[in-house]
Design a protein around this ligand. Structure first.
Ligand code: PXP
Length: 242
């Protein structure tokens, strides 16, 4: 089965914003990545604009040949941008200014009424919506109750697990959540903290259709080039023959 690779290009923009230069341009990186086999381009437009800028999202909307996945917080500002730019998919993520990266999944229960209306507004505009949640069955059911057609499972705890027992536990939680989501008819993606090695076991979870991976690929691209870094990940995502 072919697993989709969504390349998150935020950190190309991180390098650019470090010096407020015009380079490296995430738009150029996206084009090379698609030519190398990426199935999707993912960007997170953060409220503080620390990496991806609105300009990037708008140009990518014109240039991306595969699918454009816009990650964003569920704010009114972002809703306006999403309805205007119309990415192929909107992934709602929790966002805190002080965090280094997205540290946990959305608390769907706590923000239920707000998210229900928010998801509906996006769906009314024919946008596909995904919710970035922890691999937790309660959270998954809550996402399903919001009529979200897809979820992205947060793999950060799995990636950060310090010992084999916790890693196995996290892997099981992801697999259980992926299976439950598929049974409910939801599309399942996964991402955060994944690299060329730790993704191998997740590829064995058949229900996960798509992986959104950023930091590890951009880091490798700095050493071997974007083309090679993407091709290596496309190879890593090929499920072993049964
Ligand atoms: N998926 C989501 C929803 C994210 O927020 C991020 C990080 O921005 C990623 C995937 C990619 O994570 P990483 O850069 O650790 O591969």
């Amino acid at each position: 089965m072919h697993r989709k690779l969504g390349l998150n290009i935020d950190h190309i923009a991180t390098i650019r914003q470090a010096r407020r230069t015009k380079y490296p341009d995430p738009v150029a990186a996206a084009a090379i990545a698609e030519a190398a086999g990426a199935d999707q381009i993912t960007v997170h437009l953060r409220e503080d604009r620390r990496h991806i800028q609105e300009r990037d999202v708008r140009i990518l909307r014109e240039t991306v040949q595969t699918t454009l996945n816009l990650e964003m917080g569920a704010t009114q500002e972002m809703l306006k941008i999403a309805l205007d730019v119309k990415p192929d998919i909107v992934t709602l993520v929790p966002e805190r200014r002080e965090e280094l990266t997205t540290e946990g999944g959305l608390d769907v229960n706590h923000h239920r009424d707000h998210l229900k209306k928010y998801v509906q507004s996006l769906r009314d505009a024919d946008l596909k919506v995904s919710l970035f949640i922890d691999p937790d069955l309660d959270m998954l059911r809550a996402a399903h109750r919001l009529d979200a057609p897809s979820v992205e499972l947060h793999t950060g705890k799995y990636a950060d697990a310090r010992d084999e027992i916790s890693r196995r536990n996290e892997l099981r939680r992801i697999a259980d959540a992926a299976r439950a989501a598929a049974k409910l008819g939801m599309r399942v993606a996964a991402g955060h903290g994944l690299h060329y090695t730790n993704v191998q076991e997740l590829v064995l979870v058949e229900e996960i259709e798509e992986f959104n991976i950023g930091h590890a690929i951009v880091a490798r691209a700095m050493l071997v080039g974007m083309d090679r870094a993407v091709r290596d990940m496309v190879d890593a995502l090929r499920a072993p023959a049964k």
